[in-house]
Design a protein around this ligand. Structure first.
Ligand code: SAM
Length: 285
């Protein structure tokens, strides 16, 4: 969709982009093609799109995919898509993705597809919440091609001992292989966002080499050790798990970690190892 098409559509429906819903419409056909091509979709693939907006990506997705399931919170946008994209292989659910029962929807619409790929120019104000929902709920999505604000992409691909590395980096790198595809300048959108955007590929790991003893505990432990960044993990663990500081220090040192170590110095594998150790201590409590 070109800038003039976007402006015409908004005018025709007497609408303005809603900032509070993160509406920045992609208006550069090269990037639209690049995003859809990166997904390597064919008629055997089902696609989930979050936030189709005026349909820039959706139009191309319905041409390539076997089926496209979209979630759009804004009924104005949902009506435009219904008016302008006529495709038998498209279902649009006018709902907040964060509240949707995606498992049920997948069963209803995408049951026959072996491969589900998510493609989205994400609403930036809830990028993190969307990724947490997809990963922690373990939605059966093989690969995600997702555009987000560059700063968030830096976190997802962040390495230990950098300021970008946090609990979200660990969560995403635990479940997926993260690949940075390309950056998109603010000029490619209407209205122009204030930030640079990055498109990432997040491919679900086929098998996770080292699984924690208890995945729920690991996810909680990961959030906990990063919860107060200026504190050592010892302080965060003592507070969050109610374990004596002496026991925490002993456990850390016996397993080759400094007693005053901070979460950002730990690799994903270290966090799994520590999660297992403290899971066992709590179990014996
Ligand atoms: N895909 C379009 C494009 O690339 O031009 C629009 C992308 S725009 C950045 C984000 C879209 O997500 C908007 O259409 C917005 O209304 C929608 N949105 C915002 N919050 C949402 C939510 N919680 N669930 C579903 N859609 C949402």
């Amino acid at each position: 969709m070109r800038p003039s098409d976007i402006n015409k559509l908004l005018e025709r429906y007497n609408l303005k982009a809603k900032k509070h819903l993160g509406q920045n419409f992609l208006s550069d056909q090269n990037y639209i093609n690049k995003i859809v091509d990166s997904a390597s979709i064919d008629k055997n693939t089902a696609v989930i799109e979050i936030g189709p907006g005026l349909g820039s990506l959706t139009q191309k997705l319905v041409e390539k995919a076997g089926f496209v399931l979209c979630y759009e919170i804004d009924s104005d946008m949902a009506n435009i898509i219904k008016d302008t994209i006529e495709a038998p292989n498209l279902v649009l659910i006018n709902q907040d993705f964060l509240r949707a029962n995606v498992f049920d929807d997948i069963k209803e619409y995408l049951g026959q597809y072996e491969e589900i790929i998510l493609v989205a120019n994400l609403p930036y104000y809830i990028t993190t919440a969307i990724l947490i929902k997809i990963l922690e709920d373990r939605l059966p999505i093989k690969k995600m091609i997702v555009m987000m604000q560059k700063e968030v992409a830096d976190r997802l691909s962040g390495n230990p001992k950098t300021k970008e590395y946090n609990s979200l980096s660990v969560l995403v790198q635990y479940y997926t292989n993260v690949k940075r595809l390309f950056e998109v300048a603010p000029d490619a959108f209407i209205p122009r966002p204030e930030v640079v955007s990055t498109v990432l590929e997040l491919e679900k790991k086929i098998s996770i080499e080292t699984k924690p003893l208890n995945e729920e505990f690991f996810l909680k432990f990961n959030r906990l050790i990063f919860s107060s960044r200026r504190k050592t993990i010892s302080n965060n663990i003592a507070k969050g798990l109610n374990i004596d500081k002496k026991i925490i220090a002993e456990t850390l040192v016996e397993n080759g970690f400094r007693a005053d170590i901070r979460a950002e110095a730990l690799s994903v594998a270290d966090i799994i190892k520590l999660s297992d150790l403290f899971y066992q201590i709590k179990k014996e409590d």
